[in-house]
Design a protein around this ligand. Structure first.
Ligand code: FUB
Length: 524
């Protein structure tokens, strides 16, 4: 992926210079995106997109992830923006730093510039609803929502309510939730509505025409199936829509198999404060654990902006904004949002490889795998510096057996003579608690029964890199890696594997399998 930067070449010095321009209006840099993500080269991560149409321009407000690759935390010090007159052209202007919490809100502390939204007011000004940490507060959770105002989405932004946040754990109604992820609309009649929430808590309230003063009773929404966070309120043809990140998880869930991941789902309501009815999933889980989306109609086409971990060096805390077309089914009532197909920038075909795991259907001795883990992590080709549970197959429970196995089933017999495995552990070798590397592991193949491979070599158990194994070639449709768990005297640790490669004798072009190869040991 190439990002052409014009009219000026990008440099770290330029980035610093632009950052110091705040609170003056930020200066843009032209970017050409060959596809998704928009900023894809890993120099500048962008997250939590909130699109807004201003005249003939589509703007996207985004946060900025700055976590190092091995840090699992939201390091987010500022907001940025992107704008285009045609999302399909790939031509964007990037406004690298348009606001920082402590620079806009005197009552906020630096950092945690989480998901905000810019909403055009009826007075011609723009209002930024921004979750920030209160610098001085006794609240258990100091996140609060401030509102800033500007003449342009690029800023400069000033506090529209210098008295403090409009939502916190003490206002407008005392709560004990994390007050983040605001979304607001100005309705056709000029009335203003604000929703916010995370960790399954969704609140809504009407605001006065000044865009900041809470008015009327607060509503608690509990009818949006699997609501986790990231609400996005919008209206089309008289119907109110709420998009959100859902995490109702399980092997048969239409949302997500692993609880740390999220789908984007939506519901509808006949009025801005509900009642809300769940309608379905519009975006499958993306490559980052969080999913956060916003939708908007621009020049007759609807677009869904969301984020992924797909940029160079990307990760769960190094996310990047993507945008794809969103279409409607107007033959039903209320009109339904059709599932969005995520697109990527063009990439060269993958190189031939001996690893044919991608063709296999994975399963494990502890199926259905607990929802914090993800069985498909075994052969997704991804190894992260600091994996989270859904980047792993895992087996931990409070009481772990002495042995576990993972299995690959192929659609047809394959020939293998090696394997590589990447273990993960939070306890040292020998531990009987937590997750530890196995005492030993071996490979088996199905030949009318499970048979050990011959001439096994390697089979290390370290966690510092891939552990290689070789064996005499076998041809089979099903193979297993069998683990002797760490521990002793009836107390065993759990096991976790980030990636399991199975190696053919020669490299071949990567191919996908059916994803539903049948069991070998269930056949007569
Ligand atoms: O970016 C920080 C948080 O991650 C957002 O507020 C959530 O919606 C999730 O995307």
């Amino acid at each position: 992926m190439r990002n052409d930067l014009a009219p000026v070449a990008w440099s770290a010095g330029l980035a610093c210079a632009l950052a110091t321009l705040t609170p003056a209006a930020a200066q843009p840099v032209a970017v050409h995106a060959a596809g998704n993500p928009i900023l894809a080269d890993g120099r500048y991560y962008s997250t939590d997109p909130a699109p807004v149409v201003v005249g003939d321009t589509l703007w996207i407000l985004a946060g900025r992830d700055e976590a190092p690759a091995d840090v699992n935390d939201f390091i987010m010090d500022e907001w940025q923006a992107l704008s285009t007159r045609d999302p399909a052209s790939g031509d964007w202007l990037h406004y690298p730093a348009i606001a920082r919490p402590e620079a806009v809100f005197h009552w906020a502390e630096p950092g945690r510039a989480y998901a905000g939204q810019i909403v055009p007011g009826r007075d011609g000004k723009f209002y930024l609803y921004a979750p920030v940490l209160q610098a001085k507060s006794d609240a258990k959770d100091r996140f609060a929502i401030g509102v800033a105002v500007a003449d342009s989405p690029a800023g400069p932004w000033t506090d529209a309510h210098p008295a403090g946040p409009i939502v916190s754990q003490t206002r407008p109604v005392a709560n004990d939730i994390q007050n983040i992820d605001p979304t607001a609309i100005v309705d056709d009649d000029g009335r203003v509505y604000l929703y916010w929430g995370t960790f399954g808590q969704l609140r809504g309230i009407e605001l006065a025409a000044d865009m900041v003063t809470p008015k009327g009773p607060e509503v608690k929404v509990d009818s949006l199936d699997g609501f986790f966070e990231a609400p996005w309120l919008m209206k089309r043809k008289g119907v109110y829509y709420m998009l959100y990140a859902g995490n109702r998880a399980g092997p048969r869930s239409d949302c997500t198999p692993a609880v740390y991941h999220a789908c984007i789902a939506y519901g509808t309501a006949p009025s801005p404060l509900g009642p809300w009815t769940y309608r379905g999933v519009i975006l499958r889980p993306v490559s980052s654990t969080t999913s956060h989306a916003g939708a908007v109609e621009f020049k007759g086409q609807w677009w869904l902006a969301y984020h992924t971990a797909d940029a160079a060096g990307g990760g769960h805390f190094r996310r990047s904004v993507a945008i794809d077309r969103m279409d409607w089914d107007d033959s039903v009532s209320p009109p339904a949002i059709l599932p969005v197909t995520p697109t990527r920038h063009p990439a060269p075909p993958p190189a031939p490889t001996r690893n044919i795991a991608a063709m296999a259907t994975p399963t494990a001795s502890n199926a259905p795998v607990p929802v914090q883990y993800w069985i498909k992590a075994l052969n997704d080709g991804l190894v992260r510096d600091a994996p989270l549970p859904p980047d792993l197959w895992g087996s931990w429970t409070p009481h772990n057996p002495a042995s576990q196995w993972i299995e690959y089933r192929f659609d047809r017999p394959v020939t293998l003579n090696g394997a590589r495995i990447r273990f993960w552990a939070d306890q040292p070798a020998g531990a009987g608690v937590g997750v530890a590397p196995p005492k030993a592991w071996r490979m088996e193949y199905w030949d009318g029964g499970w048979k050990p491979v011959r001439a096994p070599k390697g089979f290390g158990t370290g966690v510092d890199g891939f552990q290689s194994a070789t064996f005499a070639a076998v041809t089979a449709r099903c193979v297993r890696a069998v683990f002797d768990a760490s521990g002793a005297q009836g107390t065993h640790a759990g096991l976790a594997v980030q990636e399991w490669e199975v190696l053919a004798p020669t490299a071949q072009a990567p191919r996908a399998g059916s994803g539903s190869a049948p069991a070998c040991d269930a056949q007569p």
